[in-house]
Design a protein around this ligand. Structure first.
Ligand SMILES: [Zn+2]
Length: 98
């Protein structure tokens, strides 16, 4: 059994989410932070050589909807983001203690 484990154990790669784009949002009303995942294939719509993401984000504290539209370039980098009722955070801001 140890032989098989050694044979296959070294080939495992760390999980990388190639299909997901992550967004971090904070609710203006209650301050709750929300991490959102958009699937590149299913959630993003092609537009002008890039992508656009339409979503209504709801946090799990006050449940107030935060409609958002995010524009991304062809490499899934955010070029412009609009949101009502909240604001976008960087990953570092999201991970920081409240
Ligand atoms: Zn809220």
């Amino acid at each position: 059994m140890g032989f098989l484990k050694n044979l296959f154990g070294g080939k495992e790669k760390p999980y990388v989410d190639k299909h997901g784009v992550y967004f971090y949002v904070q609710c203006d009303n209650c301050g709750a932070k929300v991490k959102m995942r958009a699937d590149k294939q299913h959630d993003l719509n092609r537009e002008d050589g890039g992508f656009v993401w339409h979503k209504t984000i709801v946090d799990n504290r006050c449940f107030r909807p935060m409609p958002t539209v995010v524009h991304l370039d062809g490499r899934h980098q955010v070029t412009h983001a609009e949101i009502e009722g909240g604001r976008y955070l960087t990953e570092a801001e999201y991970l920081a203690a409240e």
